[in-house]
Design a protein around this ligand. Sequence first.
Ligand SMILES: [Zn+2]
Length: 275
Amino acid sequence: MLPPSAAISTVVNTHANGDHSYGNSLFPDAEIVSTAANLEHLCAEPAPEQMQTLLDRCQADDPFQRYLLAHFGRYDYRGLRLTPPTRTFSERLTLQVGSTSVELIEVGPAHTVGDLIVHIPDSGVVCAGDVVFVGDVPVHWAGPLGGVLDACQQILDLAPQVVVPGHGPLIGPAEVRSYMEFVGEVRDRIHSLHARGLPVQETAQVLLREHRRADLGLTERLAVLAITEYRHLDQATAPFPLVDMLSTAVRLAPGCVPTSIPERHTLLTDFGSRT
Ligand SMILES: [Zn+2]
């Protein structure tokens, strides 16, 4: 919820995924800051109108389309314009927000090609974007997972008191370390199965079968992690579209398809009523 009289003059996109950048058009007068790599990556993301078209065509009797409806169909993307960053940087940029210094640090490729984290030294806060997920198995589209671990180490090196993940509740350094342990274990298992010559689909199935962390939901993302890591291990150069990665994951983990689909609500109306 926005404070009633606040004027927002600067918006930072930690990465280009739609759930972190579609809101840019709601701030027409703001400077939108992100990494140069994120600006480039934005072109590979589905635009809001493409998401809307995709969802409008989804049929609930097809498992993957049902999955999309369950996760994205609750939002109404009509009226949102794809609004790219207006100011980009590489490596580091310091912004001044009133009397507060805000450091932007490029840590990608990790979750996506151009991830950045936001460090507010005076408050001991680091906003991690989707480098860190809490409560669910993480999904990482670009990788490699070693890049995610390096990015997490950069977060810890800033000695934060509070870490704001891209999804989930606020955490501290101890939870970042335990998240790194999980990501490291998944990476090591993928590497050993790859070394044994298992095709990526079989590796994904092994990960799903061996998953013991009942506290982490969205386990189908383990398949995405396998696809991402295999692309690096096999030195694949062609981009793997995000929707294809997700449809492969859903095919390999059919149990993730929900039986009921939530009611659609209007994101813009919802947002507007609270501003
Ligand atoms: Zn993301």
